[in-house]
Design a protein around this ligand. Structure first.
Ligand SMILES: Nc1nc2c(ncn2[C@@H]2O[C@H](COP(=O)(O)OP(=O)(O)OP(=O)(O)O)[C@@H](O)[C@H]2O)c(=O)[nH]1
Length: 333
């Protein structure tokens, strides 16, 4: 079961598909537009996106910087449509990949109607936050005033006194259109934030048909599910060094569901790391960890695609892929 690709492949049995399938304007003034969520790594951006959209679309993890792709969640309301863009953390570029991510963030920011800046209440305002605040101030000066809403995320993690202190520190950090404390976990003020965001959208028709939650291709979401499973519980530098590429999502011959049996998909995925030691971590003793990764990811993919899935995972070493423009392009950055 190899992909036939060159390089130090590590075929695994992956996880064979043996398991089960797994506004606010005046009357008539519909508003629509884009909001972008920024904040330092681990600030709660993905979780907030999910809470606002009401369904898991962005991938969260306890590790910083797992969000590689700009993922849009779409909120449909009778009075408005809000398209949420979840960005990778704005951070100081350390490698070529970092610079590309920051370019991506900046491009995104100039195209949105309102920016959400997440500052987690369980941490003090720090240099990372100040760096982002500075970038946002520059952007606002460069382009006629895109409003920025400062959001104190994870409000459930602290007491009232500490929250008030945090809100004051946040307010002092910049010239915000609003400051809103929220908890994506218990839902505190998520609707309030949504109202505030919609209030900043221009009047206009819906941009996407109703019912569409994300315009990301399925392959990107499949890659994110594998990436999330592969990073679960690893403590080293893997988040920066792991790229996931979906080679193929294909209906298995004779298994398109027309004969009454559930449809079956063959999904082939490659995981790229930078060093042999990282490859060993992903694979685990005798391939045990990669099997677990496959099982976890397969369940998510089956739920996402609504079919049985045979997941074929391969781990490869692509040396210094973060610094090599050719490799970056190949890996989709
Ligand atoms: N208690 C609590 N935890 C939260 C809340 N929002 C996020 N978290 C946790 O904080 C961690 C980081 O959340 P993410 O949503 O992945 O953060 P992110 O900003 O998207 O992170 P990156 O992708 O690394 O930039 C996760 O472990 C979340 O479960 C919240 O409102 N309350």
């Amino acid at each position: 079961m190899t992909t036939g690709a060159s390089g130090p492949d590590t075929p695994t049995d992956g996880a064979p598909g043996t398991g089960g399938p797994g506004g606010v304007g005046g009357a008539g003034a519909f508003r629509s537009g884009f909001a972008c969520i920024v904040g330092r790594p681990n600030a709660g951006k993905s979780t907030l996106t999910n809470a606002i959209v009401g369904q898991k679309v962005a991938i969260t993890s306890g590790r910083p910087q797992t969000t590689r792709h700009v993922i849009r969640g779409i909120v449909h309301r009778p009075d408005a449509q809000l398209v949420l863009v979840d960005t990778p953390g704005l951070h100081r570029p350390r490698t070529l990949l970092g610079e590309r991510l920051n370019d991506l963030v900046r491009d995104t920011l100039t195209e949105v109607d309102v920016v959400v800046f997440c500052l987690p209440a369980d941490q003090r305002v720090g240099p990372g936050d100040r760096f982002i605040a500075q970038q946002l101030a520059d952007l606002a000066r460069g382009r006629a005033g895109t409003p920025v809403i400062a959001v104190a995320t994870k409000a459930d993690t602290v007491g009232r006194g500490r929250l008030a202190e945090h809100l004051m520190a946040v307010a002092e950090l910049g010239d915000w259109a609003d400051v809103v404390p929220v908890s994506a976990v218990d839902g505190y003020q998520v609707d309030t934030l949504l109202d505030v965001l919609i209030g900043h959208l221009p009047p206009g028709p819906a941009l996407y048909p109703d019912g569409e939650l994300t315009d990301e291709p399925e392959a990107v979401m499949v890659a994110e599910l594998v990436r999330e499973a592969a990073l679960e519980g690893v403590r080293d530098e893997l988040p920066h060094s792991l790229a996931v590429v979906v080679d193929e999502i294909a209906t298995r011959e004779g298994r398109d569901g027309s004969d009454g049996r559930p449809p079956m998909l063959d999904v082939r995925v490659q995981l790229f790391v930078e060093r042999d030691s990282q490859k060993a971590i992903i694979i685990g003793k005798g391939g045990s960890r990669l099997r677990d990764v496959g099982t976890t990811a397969r369940r998510g993919i089956e739920a996402l695609l609504g079919a049985k899935v045979y997941l074929d995972l391969h781990v490869k070493v692509a040396k210094d892929w973060q610094r090599d423009p050719k490799q970056l392009r190949r890996l989709g950055f």
